[in-house]
Ligand binder design. Structure first.
Ligand SMILES: N#Cc1c(-c2ccc3cc[nH]c3c2)n[nH]c1N
Length: 239
C-alpha cells in the first residue's frame, strides 16, 4: 500500500516513521510519501490561498497547486483504484467499516486542506479521475486535515493483513464486526488488587462461559450508556 500526503505542513507526517506505521513501512507493508503543496507554486511567496469568491471570511486554497501536484504524484490518467481522501468538517463520518474497506486499497492519497478549505473544483476534478472520499473525524473543528489524515492512516494501516502481530486482537475491539458493533468491555490485568480496587472476581474464576457472559453484559451496558445510537444498528445484536 502506497500512502501519499499533500499538505502545506508535510512535517506533520514525520511521526509516521516513529509509530507502528513506521514499522509497517520498514516491513514493506506500506510506502509513505509526504509532499509540500507549495512545491507546486510558482510565485516568490509560494502562494496557495486566495480570497473566497462571493465574499466571506478567511481564505480558500487555490486549485492550481493541487492540480499540478496531482499530475506529478498520481498522474493524468483516470484510475478508480486510487483512493483520494479529503478530510473536511462537511465530510461523511469516518467509521471502522470505512477503514476496513480502505485497508485493501493499493494507493491512498490524503489531501490535507487548511484555511477555510480547498476550492471545490479540486474535489470535483479528483472525482472525475479517481475514487474520492470526503470524510470527517467527528463533530468538532480542527485547523486542517493533517490530524485527520494521521488518524485515518492508523485506523486503516492496522487492518492491513500482516500488520498486526496478533490479528485475533482486532476481532474484540470496539466497533469491530466480532464485537457485534458494541463498545469493548472494560479491561483488567495484574495486580488483582490495586489501591483498594480489585479485578472483578468473575475474570479470575477461570470459568470461560461466565467470563464471556460478563464481558457481553458489560459491552451492552456501556453501549447503551455511551452510544445509544449504536444500539439500534442491525449489527449490534441489541435493540
Ligand atoms: N476531517 C476533519 C475535520 C476538520 C477539518 C478538516 C480539514 C480542514 C481544512 C481546514 N479546516 C479543516 C478542518 N475539522 N473537524 C473535522 N472532524
Amino acid at each position: 500500500m502506497r500512502l501519499d500526503y499533500l499538505s502545506i505542513f508535510p512535517a506533520y507526517f514525520d511521526v509516521l516513521d516513529i509509530s507502528l506505521v513506521g514499522k509497517a513501512a520498514i516491513n514493506g507493508l506500506v510506502e509513505i510519501h509526504a509532499h509540500d503543496l507549495r512545491d507546486w507554486t510558482h510565485d516568490r511567496h509560494r502562494t496557495v490561498d486566495d480570497t473566497p469568491c462571493g465574499g466571506g471570511a478567511g481564505m480558500v486554497m487555490k486549485p492550481d497547486p493541487w492540480g499540478e501536484a496531482f499530475d506529478e504524484i498520481i498522474g493524468t490518467e483516470s484510475d478508480p483504484s486510487v483512493h483520494v481522501i479529503f478530510p473536511a468538517p462537511s465530510g461523511t463520518p469516518f467509521t471502522q467499516s470505512a477503514a476496513a474497506e480502505l485497508s485493501s486499497a493499493q494507493r491512498i492519497v490524503f489531501c490535507c486542506g487548511r484555511y477555510e478549505g480547498i476550492d471545490h473544483r479540486v474535489i470535483d476534478y479528483a472525482r472525475s479521475m479517481w475514487t474520492v472520499h470526503e470524510v470527517s473525524l467527528g463533530d468538532y473543528v480542527l485547523n486542517g486535515g493533517e490530524v485527520a489524515a494521521l488518524a485515518i492512516t492508523e485506523a486503516v494501516v492496522r487492518l492491513v493483513p500482516g500488520f498486526m502481530g496478533n490479528p485475533e486482537s482486532l476481532a474484540e475491539e470496539s466497533f469491530s464486526a466480532g464485537q457485534d458493533g458494541l463498545l469493548e468491555y472494560p479491561l483488567f490485568t495484574r495486580p488483582v488488587s490495586w489501591r483498594g480496587l480489585d479485578v472483578p472476581e468473575v475474570l479470575m474464576s477461570g470459568h470461560h462461559g461466565r467470563i464471556a457472559s460478563w464481558r457481553r453484559d458489560e459491552s451492552v451496558r456501556l453501549t447503551r450508556e455511551r452510544r445509544p445510537d449504536l444500539t439500534d444498528s442491525d449489527s449490534s445484536g441489541i435493540h
